[in-house]
Write a protein that binds this ligand. Structure first.
Ligand SMILES: [Zn+2]
Length: 121
């Protein structure tokens, strides 16, 4: 028999249980994995929703607190510019462009050509 899907409360308990408060931020202390080499690491956690196995913890936090999925055309922005923060008050849906502009303003933007394997050319 497949394992039962955890409730919203169980997910919240798991999520909050693996964070530490830092000012207003709730910093993820669990598993992280960068999307690409050199990029920022985002926390991930197993999460069953439409058959997904793992999801970014900031996306899970947004979905649990807002009671809905993230718009598939949008990303989750960190208003605090802390990629490991899962405080729902610091998370906002936005376009990919807005998300990139946030990181440019914060000085954390990763450019494949400027910072990646092509940077020596
Ligand atoms: Zn934060």
């Amino acid at each position: 028999m497949p394992k039962p899907i955890p409730s919203k409360e169980e997910y919240l308990t798991r999520l909050i249980g693996r964070t530490e408060k830092d000012g207003d931020c709730l910093i993820w202390k669990g598993h992280t994995r960068p999307r690409k080499k050199g990029q920022l690491s985002y926390g991930r956690m197993s999460y069953v929703s439409d058959g997904r196995k793992t999801e970014y913890v900031h996306v899970i936090s947004f979905e649990l607190h807002n009671g809905r999925r993230v718009n598939p055309d949008l990303e989750i922005r960190h208003l605090c510019n802390n990629p490991k923060c899962v405080n729902p008050d610091h998370l906002l849906e936005g376009t990919s462009l807005e998300n990139h502009l946030d990181s440019v303003r914060a000085g954390t933007y990763y450019s494949y050509f400027r910072d990646g394997p092509m940077s020596d050319f």
